[in-house]
Design a protein around this ligand. Sequence first.
Ligand SMILES: [Zn+2]
Length: 294
Amino acid sequence: MKKINKNFIVRPRNLIAGWAAYDNAINNLFTLKHWPKNPSSIYSSHIVTDKLDEIYNLKCAFCNQIPKGSPLQVEHFRPKNGITGELHTGYYWLGYEWTNLLYACGNCNSTKGNNFQLRVGVARIPGPTIIGTSFDLHDCKCFSKILRAEKFMLINPEIDNPDDHLFYLADGRVGFKTNRGEYSIEKFGLNRDELYLNGRKQLLDSIIEKFARRLERYTNRTRSFSEVADDIIDIIKEEILAPIENNGSFDHFRYIVYCNYDKYILPRFGIPAQKCILNFIFQELKRGLIVKLK
Ligand SMILES: [Zn+2]
């Protein structure tokens, strides 16, 4: 999971008071006092998804992967229709709220479900703030005083920096630094097979395997040092740097591996000469290239 920079102020034009469909949807929520069976589709319209496509670079907020097959879904960070383990309506009044809408793959979205535990000692907001005959729309924003006071457990990459809570182990499994990190790994399923064994671990193993094959050619003297160095640079560019530049799947993991090759790559090589070549190439590359993590 990586930090997402989202502009909370510039909202999609159909999620602003004054847009007729938005006003109707909010009035309907106000009357019903729960999430409707047939909600307005404004929160998942192309006006919203076009913005989210741009912000998320077509990747899931939680697993950092471009979904295979099914499209990304507009996900309500605070659940709109009930809370697991509690008698609560869910935050129905945030159903069309831009600062509550994230982008997730179907698997992460369904794993998360209605889980939304709060930190110890924090009281759940029972319902919306009301002004006259409508919701106080300011109190619906994630940066309002009332929502900031309701401290939650799940990591929100639009608000939190996931790197403060999570890290990658040497084989690509996600580890935690905090209780919130531990809870988020479980509720988003960040180490499910699709993401760990068949995702990050497979990706790293395949890069290591490609390096090993090229280095072997130097060890048995079928290729010169400079030829092998060129081969390895090509692998690094293709498997690590290009996907980072192009915002590909697992770009955050690739970036961390690149920056910390001494932790993720070098220990996988036992022969000192091979380790030395890899170290030299990574150092040279890092001297000459600046990689931006968007
Ligand atoms: Zn996902």
